[in-house]
Design a protein around this ligand. Structure first.
Ligand SMILES: Nc1nc2c(ncn2[C@@H]2O[C@H](COP(=O)(O)OP(=O)(O)OP(=O)(O)O)[C@@H](O)[C@H]2O)c(=O)[nH]1
Length: 346
């Protein structure tokens, strides 16, 4: 019998901690003598997260689109290439933060027609503070997408639990359990997971999402684990690779999320940049980038996720531009560009 390569899918909203988890899991696999490979998908046209991975890990990037929709057809070929070139023991796919999880699942099952793979787990990472913010509002497409990402998971990490109170964490656990009672749930800080979780993944059967319940919140046409404005619910079966309902699907589950990419023309004063970031509108959920510090000449990687900024000194692998990517909902790209230029140019 031909051995299938196990695939783990990392899902979760923008900035929740997917790359943090990816790094930790890769280290754990390598320490066990395994050969993992990675597919990283970004909605923007730059992959900065790849800078955080060790060079020896085989990685293919899929940029400027989402594997759940616009570039879904390429996923099979990318996986096939990885398997042929590297014969990995497992493949980890980091989805974009705005990917519709059920569509990713479909994308991977389509890829299984080309290459022998099986999904072992869909791990959704939740930014506890960001989820609480939307949970308290109780509405919005971002909240619905977060719920869908929770609903379709086999393993749930309530990450960034350092940023919420114990009472909030308890409330969150209850809420999440009602959304997805079947998943295994862990609360984490910097995605620090028990090794049993990693081992358990390989003992698991092939993963098939169970999506029985639909969300009961007031709706704006966004359906459970499906794309906006499609009210045709479907139950998935991984053996049915040719569900006619899926033919020609071009879903845009992230079409409410905007991406603005800014190329820096000159070094940036870190302090002024920090101030600029602290004043970003609430609708900018996520920003990341690389710039050259005007003070020290060093290259800095910055990460901004739901109001928190992190700056890390880096030594880029290969040629990396000074660039920043901003993601969010309904913000003015022109205004952002103008403010960015005004606040960091001197
Ligand atoms: N305070 C806190 N910060 C965290 C935690 N986990 C991750 N972070 C930070 O959150 C930011 C985003 O983390 P990533 O792992 O890049 O998130 P991501 O889901 O890969 O982001 P995208 O791929 O852009 O959607 C980084 O600055 C992390 O260091 C945590 O448990 N607590």
């Amino acid at each position: 019998m031909i051995k299938k390569v196990p695939v783990l899918v990392l899902s979760g909203f923008l900035g929740s901690g997917k790359t943090t988890l990816l790094q930790k899991m890769l280290n754990a696999f390598v320490a066990k003598g395994m050969r993992p490979a990675v597919i990283m998908n970004e909605v923007g046209d730059v992959n900065l997260d790849g800078q955080l991975l060790e060079e020896r890990i085989p990685m293919r990037e899929m940029l400027s689109g989402c594997i759940c929709c616009t570039i879904r057809g390429d996923l099979g070929l990318e996986i096939k290439q990885l398997v042929e070139d590297w014969s990995p023991d497992l493949i980890m796919i980091e989805a974009t933060g705005v990917a519709n999880p059920m569509e990713i699942f479909d994308g991977v099952t389509e890829a299984a027609l080309l290459v022998h793979i099986e999904i072992k787990a869909m791990i959704t990472v939740i930014d506890a503070a960001h989820f609480m913010h939307w949970h308290q509002k109780g509405t919005g497409r971002t909240y619905r997408l977060m719920q869908d990402q929770i609903r379709c998971a086999s393993i749930l990490l309530i990450n960034k639990s350092d940023l919420i109170s114990t009472a909030e964490l308890d409330e969150m656990k209850q809420r999440i359990q009602t959304i997805n009672p079947a998943a295994v749930m862990h609360s984490t800080v910097y995605c620090e997971v028990d090794h049993s979780l990693i081992e358990g993944v390989f003992q698991a059967h092939e993963f098939v999402p169970i999506v029985e319940g639909q969300h009961h919140d007031e709706d704006d046409g966004y359906d459970t684990c499906d794309h906006p404005h499609d009210h045709d619910h479907h139950h998935h079966n991984h053996h049915d690779h040719s569900d006619p309902k899926h033919e020609g699907h071009h879903t845009h589950s992230y079409d409410h999320v905007m991406v603005y990419t800014h190329y820096f023309q000159q070094p940036v004063e870190s302090k002024r940049f920090e101030q600029f970031v602290s004043q970003l509108p609430d609708r900018v959920y996520r920003a990341k980038g690389v710039f050259t510090s005007a003070e020290t000449g060093e290259r800095m990687l910055f990460q901004f996720a739901f109001r928190q900024l992190e700056l890390i000194r880096i030594n880029p692998q290969g040629k990396v531009h000074d660039v920043a990517v901003f993601m969010g909902e309904q913000f003015s790209q022109n205004e952002l560009k103008r403010e960015l230029e005004q606040s960091i140019t001197y």
